[in-house]
Design a protein around this ligand. Sequence first.
Ligand code: C2E
Ligand code: CA
Ligand code: CA
Length: 727
Amino acid sequence: MNNFENRRVLIIDDDTRIHEDFIKILGEKDSKSEYNEIEAKLFSDEVSQVESIVYELDSAYQGEEGYEKVLAANSEGRPYAMAFIDMRMPPGWDGLETIKQIWQIDSQIQLVICTAYSDYSWNEVLYHLGASDRLIILKKPFDMVEVQQLTTALTTKWSLSCESISRLQQIEESEEKYRTVVDSVEDTIMTLDKEGNIMFVNHNPWNMINQAVGGNYYYDIKDEYREKVKQTVEDVFSKGEQKNIEYATSNGVNKTVWSEGRLTPNYKNNKVVAATLIASDISARKALDWQLRHDELTGLANRTQFSDYVKSCLANKDSEELLVILFIDLDHFNLINDCFGHELGDKLLVRISKLLSKKVDENEMLARLGGDEFAILKCVNKDDSWVHKYAESLNDLLKQPLTVAGFDIYPSASIGVVVVKDTATTVTSLLQDADAALYHAKSKGRNRYECFDQKMRDEVVKRVSMGNELRQAIENDQFEAYYQPFTNLSKGRVTGFEALIRWNHPIKGMIYPDEFIPVAEETGLIFSITKKMLMMGCSQIKEWQDMGLGDIVVSINCSARDFNEQNMQQIIEETIKETGADIKQLELELTESTIMDDAENSIECMRLLTDMGLNISIDDFGTGYSSFSYIKQFTIDKLKIDRTFICDTPQVQDDVAIVEAIIAMAHRLKIKVVAEGVETAEQLAFLQTAKCDVIQGYLLGKPMSSEEATSRLQQGDWPNQELIKKI
Ligand code: C2E
Ligand code: CA
Ligand code: CA
């Protein structure tokens, strides 16, 4: 007996005798009763075979009543398994109507319609009720055995069909549960056949694939990974082992999804029949990996990737091959950023990256190391001469004028080249060598390339040790200010001095600024040095003032790093206060590139300083990039024409024209002009006629110690009036 056993039988017939017959046939037999004994004799043995089944019989005498009983039984949760229904039951519903009604409220009940020969044929019944496996026609008069067998079969059928419905429900429920679990997993879970056809796939909002069951998974996989995945699936089938895979699929238009998955063989009868793939979306991790190894602006490799690549190339270097590393630095890129804005600067970098990418082959690498610095790793056969041609071609390529966002830009680049001779060397030292070569290219005037040689490394070492020595020199006050006079031509006398630093090294003797100022700038020590020079210069102003030597001006050279990174205004205020010097006698010399490094900030800073009464002059004018239109914005007092323009005057006409033009333009802007490096009387004569305001140079005085400057000031007649009058 199963849980669904139901032997409830409803008899619907208007004839009470029929009910009695059914009770006789199906009712509970009392083996001891007299009636049964007779019956047992009368009926064949078959009856006893069904004796064990006990039916629960119910009676209704009209179709409507039967309907009500079915309804009540269902609502009590005790439905009938079957009903015998008479075809004719006047005055109420006939059998067909009753069946129609009952089926509307009970879809499980098995029905037997009892008809006389005169009633409907089977076809007519079918016509009215439609085909059903729940309806049987029983012709009257009944055969007892037939009725019993029918009842047993139909009530059993009811139970079995209920049981199978319930089982199905259970399966559906469990399938549903399992579906919910599988679909709520963020990973893609699918079963593939040997050809990659999808036999099952979960569905979730994060789904990484476009394909449904029946589709082929390889279709989604990007070309470059397809073969690898195919091979792995085949391996899982042939070897029956688990395999890990990583690949990219394309999900919809242009969207790449990175997957990391594990393929597991599914066995049936000891044979692999499918492979289950559980794959996670690792796109976010891949994106992060990408970011860590790429430059976002240009999409090129970054420093990390470049170093790794150099390392792997060193490890796998072919003996016939030459590795060459080139560091490329755009000249004066800051200026482009300042003048045209960062957006244009970025566009220019992208353009340059595209130009450079044409110069590298597949197994080589172009990287952006940061800012305006690029690097190339070239692999070439052993022919040194090629390296020079290649570096030169890069210089030429980067010299081409470019139109970016409607502006014509004239870039140029400095390049440091390292030819890798020794594969035992480290990446770090190679990159340092490239840096050293680049440093040389820049210090030799930019827009050129330099190949690394050992001397450069020695110089780097020297610079590092000089940095350490400089630190001590600052502590031990080894600096001295030398003073070079400048002469005001209209006044015909020395009106001031430029303070030039000298390093009195205890062992090496006097060291000139060109040797150590760049190192001081690189190491950040320049600021302490400038402070010392300011202090010496201001004390000197005060001393000469106190000695009654007049309002002698002292100018101090200021580096880019001082000016842009430090609070110059505050330092000057403090120095002036401490020494008691008059700020009107202090001058600052700034080079154009110092100002242009961060033009906006410089302009603001210059305004603050000149508001305090300080004078500012532009040093080495003509070597930098600023134009007069820019200079208008500077609150400056003087321009110092670089000595490279003066040295060939008055012989070289171009220089004469340049100097005259600078003087004329400056005067129009009410800016005084100083000529630097005046060495000959001819130069002096030319500058006098050109209406230059102030001259400075060996002709009128070399840089000298404070004592010498003081004694010459005290002697008066300086410069020699004869020299000036002669002209
Ligand atoms: P500068 O500012 O252009 O200084 C002028 C340089 O030209 C000085 O070299 C000076 O001795 C030299 N000079 C002057 N007249 C003549 C001449 O008629 N002919 C020739 N051939 N040279 C002449 P010095 O003293 O070696 O200074 C070199 C550079 O070092 C200076 O160039 C300046 O840029 C830098 N410097 C000097 N002192 C300081 C300082 O205290 N701080 C900073 N930041 N830089 C300094
Ligand atoms: Ca100067
Ligand atoms: Ca100068």
